[in-house]
Every structure is written in C-alpha cells, then in structure tokens.
Design a protein around this ligand. Structure first.
Ligand code: ZN
Length: 484
C-alpha cells in the first residue's frame, strides 16, 4: 500500500471509530505520511457511520436450522432467509432472538403504526403482561382459551396468565374511572407489547411463534352508531399502514372466535404458505374467510353473479366490534348527556407487528435475498469500499468524502448508511451479501470515483436497476428516499 493510501485509510478508520483525532504536536513536515490532519468541521457533524465489519449480524451462527425442536420446520422463505442472514436466531420452540437489524426494522414499523393510530386519536399505554386469572374467570375466557393460555402461579398460589390479549385488563382500567364523561368519548387506548400464546406447533419462524409483538387497541364509545364510526376509522388507518409499507392487504369478513362480539374483519396478505383460506369474488370486492361461509356453492353472496375463488392468506390484522360484551361484565360505564350512567360500546383491533414484518419478507423476497418494505428496511444504503490492493483502492478517500456529503445534505439518512469495510473481500462477494440482506441502495466506490467528474455505481435492489451517477445524481436519488 502506498504511504498516502495508508494515511487516508487510517484517518477514515479513526473517524469511523470515533477515536480522538491525532495530537497536533507534529508539525507539518511536507510529507503527507506525517501530516496530522485536524478533523474537518464537517466530520464533526457527520454521524458515526456503521461499519459492516462491526454489525452484530452473525450469518455464521451454529446452524440450528435442522433442529426442528428449536425452530420447527424450516418450511418457509422468511424464516430461512431471516435465520441465514443473522436477523433472528431460535432460542426455544416458537421463541427467537431478534438481532439488531431486526430490532431497527421493528422500531420503524412501530413508528408507522404509532403515527397512524395516533392520527385517529389513539393514545398509547402499556399494560402488565402478567394478568390475574380472576379477570379472565370473570369474562369466562380462562377455561375457554384452554391450553393456549400460558398459565403460572405466584408464590401465594394465585393464578396468572401471560396476556395474549387485554380486553379484561383494559376494560377493568376504564371501569375504575367512575366519572368518565361522554365528552371524553370516543376513547382509543392501545399498546404495542409482547404477547404470549402456547401454540401447540410453533412454525414458520416469526409467523407463528409463542411470544410475539402485537398492537392491540381498544375503543370505547357512547353508542352503537358511534362505535361503528370508530370501527371504520380504525379500518381506514389499517389500510394506510399497509399502503405505506407497499403491501397488498385484503380485508375479509371473519369469524368472531373466542374474542366474541358482533362484527369482525381480518386483514390478510395473500401468500402460498398462508394458513387461512379465503374466498374472493371475481366480480366485486367481496371476500371472506372460508370459516364464515355457510353455503357450499361458489356464487358470491354480495353481487349474486360473481364466482368465488379460493386463495391462501397470512392474517396480519383482526378487528372486532365487541358491543357491551366486556363493558357489561366489568361495569365500564360513562355519564351520558342526560347525566345518567350508561354502558360503553367497545371495539378491539389487533395488528401482528412481528407477523407483519415476517409476512412482508415472505411475500416480497426472492429465494436469494430479503426484500423489505422500503420504509422499514434496517438500513437504506450500503457503501462498498474498494478491495484492498485493487486498482480502485485509491478511491477509498472518495468514499470518505461521499459519506460526508451524504451526511451534510441528507439528514433524513442519518444512521441509515452502512459502510462495507470488509476490504479483504472482493466487491462481488460483498455485493452478494448486500443482495441477501436487501439494502435498498448499494453504492460501489470504484475507479469511476477517481475520474475528473467522479461517478459511483448505484444498485437499486428493489428494482434490480444499476446505474452510474455523479455526486449530484446520487444526492437527487437518495434525497427521495422516504424514512420514518
Ligand atoms: Zn361478488
């Protein structure tokens, strides 16, 4: 390596690792190799870039894929891709470590959901996961749920369950507010927390686990009519969540199951591995879960003329109009406009957060690599440094400059750019890794960066398109990236 290159290299690493700048005692000797360059004012404002060599995303974890006791059958694409890429790791049946990149993606998904829930007036709270059996016995669900409930006893012998859903808890909370006024309604309370379900056969990775994240929202209204309006506003918010993720989601009529109530819809992502069977009309927008259909013929009950086709779906959301099922039992009342006590009308609305993430990967990815909904990808951009000792090695300094320019001009990409500094590996090998992990934009800093008007190769992994762009072209392209 040429001395000048060695110096640039060292400086880049010092900045990236945020080590203190070299001490300025040495005077300018005229020789580039000995100049102690003070950090430029720009560098101070550039966020610490993430180095691929330092990311905890181990793709070489001991392969437990064959151990079906831990991971179930490795029978779906999202589970295989996520495990192989070091995004998740099985711990015990139906439970996973979510490794850092997955947590980044989850946090973004949570922000999207928060924005849409709060956009319709939702207020976020957090309820205990340990739920008293007394509450569940009061609603008669303790026995109804049977073995699906994770049950445990405390040291005093009192029964608890790990909450799979929180109708009892939230209704009790609201019932404690003695003077809830009609003026405070509708009240929409939601949480995004871990939920537990003792699945007999956990499988498909995060799609059917025993411990998972769910958004559950509960609505409280003064009348049936108002409750239906709230129901519609939540459904509209759900459609906005899926639209922002670029997911085609089908709303189908559904069974109310053990949650109970009068009206229910499921939100389904069409997928071959889906465990729900759906019937969709070819002529109108009617669609339903097979479970809810009573007739055997394949005529559409809505338009009477269309033929129903069957397809499979992954359930990612479920809404219920509950009426007074829980509010009556737990005495959740409000003071109406005539100053009299009245029972609230309720709805409950679930979104499978981990399941949306895995289902999106399931339906968007190829067999070779993960494709994320652009908005919630762990990182938006991966910059590949030239291979050490290659002809393009000198372009390493251009990479440093490029990172500064991105940091200066595109603050929305702060923390979204990783640098593949594994320069002992060929560009080809690292491109393959990048394709597997699915960064939406991969920038190769090669010999083009050394030309009089520097150019960078950009690969848009969502479209498979590759192009050479100037710095301005790059800023223009990345400036349009949507982040959350
Ligand atoms: Zn129809």
């Amino acid at each position: 390596m040429k001395p000048v290159m060695h110096h640039v290299w060292k400086r880049l690493h010092q900045r990236l690792h945020r080590t203190p700048p070299p001490r300025p005692q040495r005077s300018h000797s005229g020789c580039a190799d000995h100049v102690a360059v003070p950090p430029s004012p720009v560098a101070k404002r550039v966020p610490p870039t993430l180095l691929v060599s330092r990311l905890y995303q181990p793709s070489n974890l001991k392969d437990v894929g064959q151990d079906t006791r831990l991971s179930g059958e490795m029978s779906c694409r999202s589970q295989r891709l996520m495990q192989q890429a070091g995004l998740i790791h099985p711990s015990n049946p139906g439970c996973y470590y979510y490794l850092p990149a997955t947590v980044r993606s989850m946090e973004k998904l949570v922000r999207v959901i928060d924005q849409e829930m709060q956009g319709i007036g939702g207020q976020k709270l957090d309820m205990p996961s340990l739920c008293s059996a007394d509450l569940w016995r009061t609603s008669e669900r303790w026995d109804l749920m049977g073995k699906e409930l994770f049950c445990l006893k405390d040291r005093h012998g009192a029964d608890y369950c790990l909450g799979p859903t929180h109708e009892e808890a939230v209704t009790t909370l609201v019932a404690h507010q003695a003077m809830l006024s009609y003026k405070q309604l509708p009240l929409l309370l939601y949480q995004i927390t871990r939920k537990f379900r003792d699945e007999p056969k956990p499988k498909f990775g995060l799609l059917r686990g025993r411990e998972f994240y769910m958004k559950d929202m509960y609505s409280f209204d003064m009348s049936e009519e108002a409750a239906y309006q709230t129901y519609e506003s939540v459904i509209a918010a759900y459609h906005r969540v899926f639209a922002r993720l670029g997911l085609r989601c089908i709303q189908v009529q559904a069974d109310t199951g053990n949650i109970g109530g009068k009206l229910s819809h499921e939100f389904q992502l069409p997928a071959d591995i889906g465990e729900d069977r759906l019937l969709m009309c070819g002529s109108c927008s009617f669609s339903a879960n097979v479970e809810t259909m009573t007739s055997d013929n394949n005529k559409c009950p809505a338009c009477q003329t269309g033929i129903l086709r069957e397809s499979k779906g992954i359930e990612v959301g479920h809404t219920f109009y509950l009426g007074q099922k829980y509010s009556h039992v737990f005495k959740a009342n409000f003071i109406n406009s005539q100053n009299k006590q009245s029972v609230v009308e309720m709805g409950c609305f679930g979104l499978g957060v981990t399941r949306i993430l895995a289902a999106a990967i399931e339906v968007m990815s190829t067999d070779e690599g993960i494709r994320w909904p652009g908005l919630i990808t762990p990182y938006q951009v991966c910059v590949l440094l030239p291979k050490k000792g290659s002809k393009a090695d000198e372009a390493t300094a251009s990479a440093e400059e490029l990172l500064h320019i991105l940091g200066e001009n595109l603050p929305q990409l702060r923390g979204e750019v990783v640098l593949d500094d594994r320069t002992q590996m060929t560009i080809g090998k690292r491109l393959k890794d990048a394709a597997r992990l699915g960064y939406p934009y991969v920038i190769v800093v090669g010999q083009g960066a050394l030309e009089d008007s520097p150019r960078f190769e950009v690969i848009c992994q969502q479209t498979g398109e590759a192009m050479f762009l100037s710095k301005d072209g790059l800023l223009d392209l990345l400036g349009r990236v949507e982040t959350v």
